[in-house]
Design a protein around this ligand. Structure first.
Ligand code: SF4
Ligand code: F3S
Length: 106
């Protein structure tokens, strides 16, 4: 599966959802999650993310490993998103900021 990681939080550009052939992105207030049961590892979303927040599970950096379970959990409770929408106005300011997990809204 592919995994959305910490840098998506508060950036949420949503470019990724447009290319997913199986609609496995789920939208929360300030983060997106991929449903690992639905992802077919097509690789298309990874280069689309301006925040470089998407990784293959095999390339997941060690410190982002908890996002594997987090994606699975949050995809279960959040609705599917298939169309791109405007990013938060301050998305650019948050791009690359460390320690964003504390701001994840469920
Ligand atoms: Fe969707 Fe493909 Fe990305 Fe998986 S790898 S989330 S199937 S676009
Ligand atoms: Fe998040 Fe990147 Fe998609 S910031 S919403 S994973 S395009």
């Amino acid at each position: 599966t592919y995994v959305v990681t910490e840098n998506c939080i508060k950036c949420k550009y949503t470019d990724c959802v447009e290319v997913c052939p199986v609609d496995c992105f789920h939208e929360g207030p300030n983060f997106l999650a991929i449903d690992p049961e639905e992802c077919i590892d097509c690789t298309l979303c990874e280069p689309e993310c301006p925040a470089e927040a998407i990784f293959s599970e095999d390339d997941l950096p060690e410190e982002q490993h908890h996002f594997l379970e987090l994606n699975a959990e949050l995809a279960q409770k959040w609705p599917v998103i298939t169309e791109m929408k405007d990013a938060p106005k301050d998305a650019e300011e948050w791009d690359g900021k460390p320690g964003k997990l504390q701001y994840l809204e469920r």
